[in-house]
Design a protein around this ligand. Sequence first.
Ligand SMILES: Nc1nc2c(ncn2[C@@H]2O[C@H](COP(=O)(O)OP(=O)(O)O)[C@@H](O)[C@H]2O)c(=O)[nH]1
Ligand SMILES: [Mg+2]
Length: 359
Amino acid sequence: MKIGIIGLANSGKTTIFNALTGQNIPTTVYPTTEAQPNVGVVKVPDERVERLTGIYQPKKVTLATVEYIDYLGITKGDPQQNRKVLDMIKDVDAVVHVIRAFEDESIIHPTGNVDPLRDAEKTVELELIFSDLELVEKRLERMEEGARKGKKQDEKERAVLLRCKEVLEEEIPLRRVAFNEDELLSLRHLQFISIKPEVMLLNLHEDDIGSEKGSALVEQLRKRFELPVVALSGKIEMEIAQLGQDEAKEFLKDLGIEEPAMARLIRICYDHLGLISFHTVGKDEVRAWTIKKGTTAQKAAGKIHTDIERGFIRAEVISFDDFIKSGSMAAAREKGLVRLEGKTYEVQDGDIINFRFNV
Ligand SMILES: Nc1nc2c(ncn2[C@@H]2O[C@H](COP(=O)(O)OP(=O)(O)O)[C@@H](O)[C@H]2O)c(=O)[nH]1
Ligand SMILES: [Mg+2]
């Protein structure tokens, strides 16, 4: 999974990128327009894999990974600068939108003062919509030009583009539109940004964690955007990410934070994107695989190898809980808890699967 971090300059994107990846990239005080993108890959924390590893003692453990990209800020009314930012993240699965709520006179705010709702609505979300609108208009122009030169037009694409244009002109993000599979297919090459799943991160001052003010803002954002909203303090979370596990636990307890942002955000993104994991186990390797909810056994097999998908015979499946209750695969088999499932079986979160196939 790939996630792009967006937001205004000085909203705390790089701070949060550090919190999420454990890196230590310098943060800024003045808004900048030049920087290298920061990229970080992290393992998805997975308690089930930990348990399975304890049981199998495999030679290798492979967790799912998330790649984060952090780049420049979205700028109000500067389409060129924004295009640069959005091109960098055009292939992400989801965007995390960092919204500044922390007050600090010494850290310049690009729109003048701290106002999370205004910044989110009137700047960042709107700029995303404008940049999609620009893509639509350019594409339509090119199609018209082609038509004038006698090139045959893709009427399906034209129809869906016109619909996009209408929606975007009403300042509605494309993710609110229920496109069908066909329409999505004709849109895919345009790499819109407002169509991507989004999670909002409200970056609170460390003194405001767990405050009324914080929860009120979260509620307002949720209502306004109908998106998941997570409140945290980037500064604190970045410190946590630099600590060892035991130290971090103590620190979290003192602050009344249940789970570090690193784990919390991934969980929320998984949920929001409708992602689940299944596991493969053995003496050689215990591994977590990420799939979309609703994926069939045969398609899930294809995640591992196209040969397994093509030569799929059956899946031997047991739920994680049934496996743990049984203590071992042999005991589970005896109890009849290992099921044989066919191609169309819908894989469930936490399934442990052994695929049978021939090539
Ligand atoms: N007090 C406070 N300062 C923060 C917090 N998050 C970020 N900052 C500060 O805000 C400034 C800008 O942060 P940075 O991550 O560089 O913002 P970016 O431009 O969005 O990447 C830095 O000086 C950070 O230390 C926070 O939660 N609390
Ligand atoms: Mg930055």
